[in-house]
Design a protein around this ligand. Structure first.
Ligand SMILES: [Zn+2]
Length: 157
């Protein structure tokens, strides 16, 4: 697929970097395996230090891959919950799954959502529509009506 979106290009760059690092990890694993086998065959050989050096390198690569994955998510407008690793929107102040608080600078406490301002319907407050039966003499919250049109309530008593 052709890449037009500059954001997609950035993500592809990160992804390429991740693939390179994964290849490096594979090479290190190969080397570690060969070294270990060499030591198994020749008891006088001690490659512990060499193996440890490569294990450290692998750990570093894994950390770098984690960072890149976080950057990719960021490009997509997402972030991971540090507690449950669930993907959340970048602006969320709390994990939608486990409720953990985000301390990152992207987290925005949505005051509008908390105070229930009707302007921008919050995604989380998905209120199911009641099944319409007949114009019931139901009390409509005053703010909601004011936002729409000031019409007389249904005449039914
Ligand atoms: Zn969470």
């Amino acid at each position: 697929m052709a890449i037009f979106d500059p954001k997609q290009k950035v993500i592809a760059g990160y992804q390429k970097s991740i693939d390179d690092k994964k290849n490096s990890i594979k090479k290190y694993y190969d080397e570690i395996g060969r070294m270990y086998y060499g030591q198994y065959k020749d008891m006088n050989l001690d490659v512990t230090k060499d193996i440890n050096t490569r294990c450290d390198a692998v750990s570093t690569l894994y950390d770098e891959i984690d960072d890149l994955n976080i950057k990719i998510l960021h490009e997509k407008g997402l972030k991971l919950c540090p507690k449950c690793r669930t993907e959340n929107a970048l602006t969320y102040a709390f994990c939608f799954k486990c409720g953990s608080r985000f301390d990152d600078p992207d987290a925005v406490i949505d005051e509008a959502a908390i105070s229930g301002a009707p302007a921008a319907a919050p995604v989380t407050a998905a209120v199911p529509d009641p099944i319409e039966m007949e114009p019931a003499a139901e009390e409509v919250p005053a703010e909601d009506v004011a936002a729409e049109e000031t019409e007389a309530p249904a005449e039914e008593a």
